[in-house]
Design a protein around this ligand. Structure first.
Ligand code: PEP
Ligand code: MG
Length: 579
């Protein structure tokens, strides 16, 4: 039995499918010349890699033809043509032969250059093809460097996905009908793969040391996402009884989840003494928006638009974005929907954004910083949101990772519909300490605390690093003081404060937030029923008293104990109503 971090609840039993995520080191054209005398070797590496890639694409074409159809298969046939075409071969051989660059760099240079030419043609069709070319370049470089291409697209039924680390885009691409659980070596409770796993209702354990090395593909595993354990010693013949019990447990979990959803649908978020609380849901697209609507929520306080971007092989056009945002708003109407501007970088790399490697990605080109460096993408997204607002939907725009008013002003300058509310996430110490520079100057209409990052930056604890996860304490006096200060400054200027980080997704911390005076919560969809239930049994008076304790609590333990008293009052009202 291996111990990790309980990242998404539920039990999953199945066979291990080890996903290898491989990054070809950044080898720059021109910057890393091959040593003279090894040119032939470099040419040979290219040819061998290409043969591997051709083989890979051939089998992909066959697989896609059977699973998805002829039209989809043609896309990959097109990839094969590029791969075997003379253009690629000549460009790469010339770069190796005359500029003496490594094969990977020559391939990348060809892919980047060709993609750029396509983009300049200013047609939607070629823009999509540009993304394809980059993708082919990446896969070919992988084949050259590793001698093979890792394939995460084909999973057997009932797979337990095992990986050193899962990026959000890899998680989003998983075939959820086949994945019964996820177990990873890296990552914490608020790493993005964990957030997605919870939204997709896939049991998940992160931070399991030495997992990949100790597991074989196809080996039976039991993942307990509540206890945070992975059982590796499972023999289906010997443990027949155990597996039967686990199957029953899984069925019971599913039934309970359905009860919770039904209860949530039928009850408003209201305290025991009748005060209505604005409880929204975090969503990453239209599917989750539809699930959220079924839970009876007040719209979405956070649409992580980057997950929509991750479905494309290049930046989606304005029209594509308009269609997505409009549909989310339509599903959740008449409630408001907060679209957060693209927040990629750090643990949410967007492959086609092609960011440079960074020593400290969480302190690097993330969120609005990345968009400021790509003005045309910033303009496109703000325009798409403005258009949906103009159509009369209750949409709002939110800026992530803000540290200076200039970042918000740059966004505001691009808004083309005057009545679109613009807000900012408060997730950096700079935005907490200097919040009055935003609130007093009228540049934001609302603020929303991103507690995942705020805790990470206040506590100096990487949110994806299991070794320091125990220090990631949301009820630490420093975090509580930061939240209290945000509420004080924002309310002083008449600006509402929401919370869309994971603190709003657990009953105890959600109550702590209300006690500190935040106006609205946006929780992960799987957490909505529990949070609603916790709200329904407390009174405003009890929340006020809790607020006093939290503002002066000497340590996290004191804050936790006081919060638990309220959160434990009525853990599962749906069970009582069923009996
Ligand atoms: C946060 O940081 O709390 C937040 C909501 O944003 P994300 O988790 O996507 O970084
Ligand atoms: Mg964040």
């Amino acid at each position: 039995m291996k111990k990790g971090i309980a990242a998404a609840p539920g039990t999953g039993v199945g066979r291990a499918a080890i996903l290898q995520q491989r990054v070809v080191p950044h080898i720059c054209a021109g910057a890393d010349p091959v040593v003279p005398g090894t040119l032939d070797n470099e040419l040979e590496r290219f040819r061998r890699g290409r043969a591997v890639a051709v083989e890979y694409y051939r089998s992909l074409v066959e697989r896609v033809r059977t699973s998805a159809g002829e039209e989809e298969a043609e896309i990959f046939e097109g990839h094969l043509e590029i791969l075997t075409g003379e253009d690629l071969e000549e460009a790469v051989e010339e770069a190796i032969g005359t500029r003496h660059v490594a094969a990977e760099a020559a391939i990348r240079a060809f892919a980047v250059e060709t993609a750029r030419e396509f983009e300049e043609l200013d047609s939607e069709y070629f823009r999509q093809r540009a993304g394809d070319i980059r993708d082919i370049g990446d896969r070919l470089a992988e084949a050259v460097y590793f001698g093979s291409i890792a394939d995460s697209e084909t999973l057997a039924e009932e797979s337990v996905v095992v990986a050193e680390e899962l990026t959000p885009s890899a998680t989003a691409r998983l075939d959820t009908d086949r994945v019964v659980a996820i177990a990873t070596e890296k990552g914490g409770r608020t790493s993005h793969a964990a957030i997605l796993a919870r939204a997709l209702s896939i049991p998940c354990v992160t931070g399991v040391e030495g997992l990949v090395r100790s597991v074989r593909n196809g080996q039976w595993l039991v993942v307990d996402g509540d206890a945070g354990t992975v059982e590796t010693d499972v023999d289906p013949d010997r443990d027949r009884e155990l597996l039967k019990r686990l199957a029953e447990r899984r069925q019971a979990e599913r039934d309970r989840a359905e009860q919770r959803r039904a209860w949530s649908r039928e009850h408003e978020a209201r305290t025991a003494d009748g005060t209505s609380v604005s409880l929204a849901a975090n969503v990453s697209g239209t599917t989750e928006a539809a699930l959220a609507r079924e839970l009876g929520v007040h719209g979405s306080g956070l649409v992580r638009s980057e997950f929509f971007f991750m479905r494309f092989s290049d930046f989606p056009a304005v029209e594509q974005q308009v269609a997505e945002y409009r549909e989310i708003c339509r599903i959740l109407a008449p409630h408001p929907v907060v679209i957060r501007l693209l927040d990629c970088g750090a643990d949410k790399p967007l492959p086609y954004a092609r960011q440079k490697q960074e020593d400290n990605p969480f302190l690097g080109e993330r969120g609005i910083r990345l968009l400021m460096n790509r003005p045309e993408q910033l303009r496109a997204q703000v325009e798409a949101i403005s258009r949906v607002a103009q159509e009369g939907y209750a949409i709002k725009l939110m800026v992530p990772m803000v540290v200076t008013p200039e970042e918000v002003l740059a966004v505001r300058d691009l808004v083309t519909y005057r009545d679109l509310p613009v807000g900012m996430m408060v997730e950096t110490p700079a935005s907490v300490l200097a919040l009055d520079r935003f609130t007093e100057t009228g540049i934001v209409d609302f603020v929303s605390i991103g507690s995942n990052d705020l805790v990470q930056y206040v506590m100096a604890v990487d949110r994806g690093n299991a070794a320091v996860a125990h220090l990631s304490e949301e009820l630490h006096p420093a975090v509580l003081a930061a939240i209290a200060q945000v509420v004080r400054l924002a309310h002083g200027a008449g600006i509402p404060v929401g919370v869309c980080g994971d603190m709003a997704s657990r009953p105890d911390t959600a109550l702590a937030l209300l006690a500190l005076g935040v106006d609205s919560l946006s929780a992960g969809i799987s957490a909505v029923p529990e949070v609603k239930a916790a709200i329904s049994v407390v009174t405003t008076r009890e929340l006020q008293e809790l607020g006093e304790v939290l503002r002066t609590a000497p340590d996290a333990a004191t804050a936790r104990a006081a919060t638990a008293v309220l959160a434990d009052k009525c853990p599962a009202p749906w069970e009582q109503e069923v009996q």
